[in-house]
Design a protein around this ligand. Structure first.
Ligand code: WQD
Length: 337
């Protein structure tokens, strides 16, 4: 069976993808610098799957760290989740975002070439679409006019990978543009751990539901949407993880570069999320209408048809599932201290 290196594999999307890959019989090696994750995630992956992935605490921008890992295994593919992902932080500290997100990618590409690994799946983002056109976004929609440095690093890396694939006929690159990942593994054993105050809607809702925060701020209720609040394409983290497995299968059989959206194709408003969470979990989410958040677009959702066409993949879980699974993860964490 194929051997896959998951860079950033202890993070939110990486850990769920590790679970799905192991479930499909792949051999998984995780490299993570633990800057925004915890080594206990590896225990949780082992608990869910019955298989403990080999783990390296390693920085993907550090050639020495990565050489040791590449030297010890013959990887069939690399899945590159190893990046900084806070939109706010990218605005206040853009240099660290360009340095980290681009450096890690270049180091990985160099080592893949050196060690004869020719497939990469990359975590890109719907943030590359910016505000240049209207949803639904298909992969051919204008991209690159990003609202923040985080999105720009993703767009730049897409260009780097496209150039690299054009120059090397052996290379296979799939760039996945994620919409809004939410939820947690249904076991409640792995999920998102926001560092500090959460930026993302679902992470914040969880803290309001558990009483850590008083009220959910709703950033604007005067958008041109049915209820005035922002609309997004929330996708269950398990669906997203399965999307990586199908992308990997595709990359095994094709060369060249592909950009593929991973979303459900359905948009929900902020109030839809709050009301669904309340209904599914039987908890109250007090909310207050606040100012619009700078850089937000009114509506973002995907045209997911390319993933269906290329990979035979589509999202299966609902917003109800995302709210239920996120809440059981949150409660389990509290119980475990
Ligand atoms: C969703 C909606 C907010 C918080 C960002 C990145 C994207 C990806 C996911 C990765 C918007 C509203 C939010 C709150 C609110 N990045 N909101 N109150 O901005 O669509 O996407 O996260 O790691 O690349 O751009 O996600 O969850 O922050 O916001 O009203 O407390 O919820 O205005 O309409 P976003 P989000």
């Amino acid at each position: 069976m194929s051997m896959v290196l998951l860079v950033g594999g202890a993070g939110f999307i990486g850990s769920h993808t590790a679970v799905e890959l192991i479930g499909q019989g792949y051999e998984v090696v995780v490299a993570d610098n633990l800057s925004n994750s915890d080594a206990s995630v590896i225990d949780r992956i082992a608990e869910i799957t019955g298989v403990r992935p080999e783990f390296y605490c390693a920085d993907a921008a550090d050639r020495g760290d990565m050489e040791e890992i590449f030297g010890a295994h013959a990887f069939d593919a690399v899945i590159h989740f190893g990046g900084k992902k806070s939109v706010n932080e990218s605005v206040s500290d853009p240099i660290s975002y360009y340095r980290n997100n681009i450096d890690t990618t270049l180091t990985l590409l160099e080592l893949m070439k050196e060690y004869g690994c020719s497939r990469m799946i990359f975590s890109s983002s719907a943030a590359v679409y910016g505000d240049a056109s209207d949803a639904p976004y298909s992969e051919t929609a204008p991209a690159g006019e990003c609202a923040n440095p985080y999105g720009r690093t993703k767009y730049m890396i897409e260009q780097i990978l496209t150039d690299a694939a054009a120059a090397d006929p052996e290379l296979s690159v799939v760039m996945l543009r994620y919409f809004n990942p939410a939820g947690a593994h249904e076991s409640g054993l792995i999920g998102e751990r926001p560092a500090g105050e959460p930026n993302n809607l679902m992470s914040y809702v969880l803290q309001v539901a558990s009483g850590e925060r008083e009220a959910q701020p709703v950033f604007g209720d005067d958008y041109p949407t049915p209820d005035g609040t922002g609309v997004r394409d929330y996708i269950h983290i398990t669906d997203l993880a399965k999307g990586h497995v199908t992308a990997l299968r595709y990359a095994m059989e094709h060369t060249g570069a592909e950009i593929v959206n991973l979303g459900t194709g359905t948009g929900y408003s902020v109030l839809d999320v709050i009301k669904t969470f309340e209904r599914v979990n039987g908890v109250k989410i007090p909310y207050v209408i606040a100012e619009r958040r700078p850089g937000d677009v009114a509506v973002s959702y995907s045209d997911p048809s390319k993933a269906q066409r290329l990979f035979g993949w589509r999202a299966e879980k609902t917003l109800d599932d995302m709210c239920r699974d996120a809440w059981s993860w949150q409660q389990k964490q509290k119980k475990d201290g």
